[in-house]
Design a protein around this ligand. Structure first.
Ligand SMILES: *Cc1c(COP(=O)(O)O)cnc(C)c1O
Length: 383
């Protein structure tokens, strides 16, 4: 029997939550609530200076010329794909190990997601597999900076160049992450990100953004995201309604001002996990790709008998998650594409073993000790 978790058990019976977003809200409340009151009283819900200010601050932070705030990450991806010319029947190559939105945005255009496997160490898109998947219909390669670490874009850009393709980054899980080549979101022609509340930079609801250095792409996206219109009631093309809500901007500005500190706290927590979990047999720890600065959106270990380990963690009051239990090519949604189990062995093996442990900026050492103790006894009792 392990020792009892040291931290107090909350009203929900969980001593270590998987994620503590309320702590983030508490930190920014004093800054955000007066701005919300002003927006509410002036009814400035659509557009406005807060959005422009956030876009500029985020552009400076990432190191790109243009940021366009939009409604969510999935719309951001669709806008990015459309902006580089993806149309019906075109193919977009992406890792099978991703959140379904990377593919959904392609399918909504009438284009076709083409999945490839990932590398066994970091579970990021495998450049060799990308090259093998290129056909005459391929238009885009979409590396995903999964779990908070930058995908090998530096190896994918030369492949894209050789075949006349465009690279679109899915930077939804990587706000602040970088590789030796620069920040995630600034490494290719265009990038999309999500400010879903649980992301490293999260809104108070759905939000997202597109990043680019290309002024034409930026103008196209602003136009499409506002009903294909740059002048009121003049519609140049069939667009969508994908604007960023004004009330999200002050939240994003306040959190952006704290993001470096929060990401550093995540890195410190990851270092502590590496120490606390080092001697637990049967737990494979994540590692950082050389040259990368990881922002640890998720801390993903791999264990055998994962379902039972999760049940035991839960019984010990420790929250955990699976990102993601079904690889996209095996979802019911994509059954029509005809993929079979066995096609992407690394992704499929990982999906059965991955386990996301509590990871957030306000995670304490005592909480991490509780996680380590609970994981230790769970793994010992399953082997
Ligand atoms: C969250 C996420 C998205 C989609 O973002 P939404 O804002 O939820 O639409 C896309 N790709 C990845 C990898 C994500 O994690």
């Amino acid at each position: 029997m392990g020792r009892r978790p040291r931290s107090s058990v909350g009203s929900d019976g969980v001593s270590v939550p998987f994620l503590d977003l309320a702590a983030q809200s508490a930190e920014i409340a004093e800054e955000v609530l007066p701005v919300w009151q002003r927006l509410f009283e002036s009814a400035g819900f659509i557009g406005g200076s807060e959005i422009g200010a956030f876009e500029q601050e985020y552009a400076e932070y990432i190191g790109v010329e243009h940021v366009i705030g939009v409604s969510n990450g999935t719309d951001a991806l669709e806008l990015a794909y459309r902006a580089v010319g993806v149309g019906p029947g075109d193919e977009v190559i992406m890792p099978a190990n991703t959140f379904i939105a990377t593919a959904e945005a392609v399918s909504r255009i009438g284009a076709v997601p083409v999945f490839v496997d990932v590398d066994v160490e970091h579970l990021l898109i495998d450049p060799d597999a990308v090259e093998a998947a290129i056909t005459e219909r391929t238009r885009v390669i979409a590396p995903v900076h999964l779990f908070g670490q930058t995908a090998p874009v530096e190896l994918i850009l030369p492949i894209a160049e050789k075949h006349g393709l465009v690279v679109v980054e899915d930077a939804a899980q990587s706000q602040g992450a970088s590789s030796s080549a620069g920040r995630a979101g600034a490494l290719a022609r265009v990038a999309a990100t999500s400010f879903y509340p649980g992301k490293n930079l999260g809104a108070a609801g759905d939000a997202g953004a597109v990043m680019t250095n290309d002024a034409d792409i930026a103008a196209f996206i602003r136009n499409v995201a506002a009903h294909g219109s740059s002048v009121k009631y003049v519609h140049d093309q069939i667009g969508m309604n994908a604007r960023l809500d004004a009330i999200q901007a002050p939240v994003l500005r306040a959190k952006l001002a704290r993001l470096e500190g929060w990401n550093a706290a995540r890195r410190a927590a990851a270092d502590r996990y590496a120490e606390l979990l080092a001697d637990i047999e049967g737990v494979r720890l994540p590692s950082v790709r050389p040259g990368n600065t990881d922002v640890w959106h998720l801390y993903v270990v791999r264990v055998e008998d994962r379902e039972r380990v999760m049940v035991e963690l839960s019984a010990a009051g420790v929250g955990s998650g699976i990102h993601y239990p079904t690889p996209v090519h095996l979802t019911e949604a994509y059954a029509g594409l005809g993929y079979r189990r066995g096609q992407f062995p690394v992704t499929e093996a990982a999906a059965d073993r991955i386990l996301s442990l509590p990871m957030f900026p306000h995670l304490t050492y005592a909480q991490q000790e509780s996680v380590a103790e609970a994981l230790h006894s769970a793994v010992a009792s399953t082997s």
